[in-house]
Design a protein around this ligand. Structure first.
Ligand code: PEP
Ligand code: MG
Length: 566
């Protein structure tokens, strides 16, 4: 069994598809069983030819005969008696198949490249393709397209990037395993949004698992079972059914108000990344959107979105929400969120560097165009603005000044906007927690971003599994930050919500109810579960739990206690 971080709940049983960064490195070794190695080589060539026929057929349909013939030519080359004879001779001389293919292909590549003749030199490129294809198959790392994954696929990848997820077909991918990431990394957030069970930070997963191998992904526990026996498959199929049943039971909470056991009402919002996600928020019974991560509009493209493009996106999300609140966070790039065309310099310490509000305030035109787009959309619904990564009052003031400027510009052009738009602070840095009393005097609301707040308070990178043992919102320091932010917000009479992943944690919920949080913003699939967990506690019960927890000194003690009550 392989251990990792359970990042998206549920159980997936399926066949591994390795998404490799095409490292075709191999360790040459001396072969003893020559017949077995020859058979391994011949099987790889057969598979390579089968794949090539498939690809050629697809290309014939989509592009044309000529392109298909180029690929079919690869079959003729690898099946050429001279070439395959030379490769087999090397295997018979005790070389492993990878080394034999590599050496003979290299000989041909050098020979063709040396001619200087265009047509012949193209053959060198063909041989390079063949070499990579066959060695890839021998190593079990052939290049695969996620969008082509068949039903029942478990994706195994070093790191799941946002652009990769674009190719995921939810119907076919039953599990995700990565070598990096944590509960709050973007891989996790995306996996949860897609409702695909995921285990992250499984050390060496891409080398320990091979394509086509059957695995069970237990996203709740963070376990990966490799080559399970039929009994295990049966057990886990039963667990999967039970899990799906529990999800069905949660349906009883659909359409109900979000209230604690005393009947006190709370707001239960969703986190979204695209306007389309607003539909998911509504379908999930979310009461609004507490965090629209606008950076997704800036990713997956090669230039900045224009003001009009952004306006369309924000307006679309707002219209889908039909008057429900929509909190739009201004661009939060840097750290683990890269946007290549912005050409940000590589930094020693990107999480503490030139990012988010810092970048935006220095790139005023870009920032103003985003704010104007939000303001224009605010004429169509209940839209609020939120600034990320605030660490000083001046940043909030500068952001608010820009909002005022943008309002004035729009007014002068006769364009409608909500003149009383609320401007809030995402309290996600240690500094914002410490000066929450000062910020609360100038912000219209707070939303606690525990994903970063935990990292910055504990000085523990949210994506680094080595320091994962420190990265917990149940650390006494983080709980004190959270309590302080809520108290400071309440003292100034502004609402305080939470949009970090901790808002959906059953162990955290009674503490948040006791501290006085009024809004929870979670991923769409968590909405009903959070509503159920809020309904579980009276204020008096939540206070008693919080009192005990806040008297404890270690995270281990706190977690052990909270596990007994949820
Ligand atoms: C957070 O930091 O808690 C948060 C919600 O924002 P993100 O995960 O996008 O950094
Ligand atoms: Mg954040």
């Amino acid at each position: 069994m392989l251990k990792g971080i359970g990042a998206s709940d549920g159980i997936g049983i399926g066949k591994v598809m390795l998404i490799s960064e095409q490292s075709l490195e191999y360790t040459p070794k001396e072969i003893i069983d020559i017949d077995a190695e020859l058979a391994r080589y011949r099987e790889a060539v057969d598979k390579f030819c089968d794949n090539t026929v498939e690809q050629a057929n697809a290309i014939r349909q989509s592009t044309g005969d000529k392109e298909a013939e180029i690929l079919e030519g690869h079959i003729a080359i690898i099946r050429d008696p001279f070439m395959s004879g030379e490769i087999e001779n090397l295997i018979k001389a005790n070389q492993c198949a990878e080394a034999a293919v590599d050496q003979i292909c290299k000989m041909f590549i050098d020979m063709f490249s040396a001619t200087g003749d265009d047509l012949t030199m193209q053959r060198a490129a063909d041989v390079r393709d063949i070499r990579d294809g066959v060695i890839g198959i021998l190593l079990g790392v052939q290049e695969v397209k996620i969008s082509d994954a068949p039903a029942g696929t478990v994706l195994v990848v070093h790191e799941l990037t946002p652009s990769m997820t674009a190719g995921i077909n939810k119907e076919n991918i039953v599990g995700i395993i990565t070598e990096t990431g944590s509960q709050t990394s973007h891989s996790a957030i995306l996996a949860r949004a897609l409702e695909i069970p995921a285990v992250l930070s499984v050390a060496n997963a891409t080398s320990l698992l091979s394509s086509e191998e059957i695995v069970i992904v237990d996203g709740g526990r963070g376990n990966v079972l490799v080559a399970p026996d039929p009994k295990k498959i049966e057990d886990y199929t039963a667990k999967r059914i039970a899990y799906l049943r529990e999800r069905r039971e949660l349906e009883n909470y659909r359409g109900k108000p979000t209230e604690n056991a005393d009947g006190t009402a709370y707001e239960l919002f969703c986190n979204i990344g695209t306007p389309k996600d607003a539909t998911k928020a509504v379908e999930a019974d979310g009461e609004g959107v507490g965090l629209f991560r606008t950076e997704f509009l800036f990713m997956d493209r090669d230039r900045l979105p224009t003001e009009d493009e952004q306006f369309d996106a924000y307006k679309q999300a707002s219209l889908i929400l039909r008057g429900k609140p929509l909190i739009i966070r201004t661009l939060d790039i840097g750290g683990d969120k890269e946007i290549p065309y912005l050409g940000l310099a590589k930094e020693e310490n990107p999480f503490m560097g030139f990012r988010a509000i810092r970048y935006c305030l220095k790139n005023r035109d870009m920032f103003k165009s985003q704010i104007k787009a939000i303001l224009r959309a605010s004429a169509f619904g209940d839209i609020r603005i939120m600034f990320p990564l605030i660490t000083a009052v001046e940043e909030l003031r500068a952001g608010k000044a820009l909002v005022e400027e943008a309002k004035a510009d729009l007014k002068a052009s006769g364009i409608a906007s909500d003149e009383n738009i609320q401007v809030g602070v995402m309290t996600e840095t240690a500094a914002s927690g410490v000066i929450a009393d000062l910020l609360a005097k100038e912000a219209d609301f707070f939303s606690i971003g525990t994903n970063d707040l935990t990292g910055y308070t504990m000085a523990a990178d949210r994506g680094n599994s080595e320091v994962g043992y420190l990265y917990s919102p149940l650390q006494p320091s983080v709980l004190r930050m959270i309590r302080r932010i809520i108290r400071c917000g309440r003292a100034e009479g502004i609402p305080v919500g939470m949009c970090g992943e901790a808002a959906a944690s059953p162990m955290m919920i009674p503490l948040l109810l006791s501290f006085g949080l009024t809004e929870f913003s979670v991923s769409a699939p968590s909405v009903l579960k959070v509503r159920k967990n809020i309904a579980k506690w009276t204020k008096a019960e939540a206070d008693a739990i919080a009192e005990k927890v806040m008297a404890m000194t270690t995270e281990a003690e706190i977690t052990a206690y909270l596990e007994t009550i949820v």
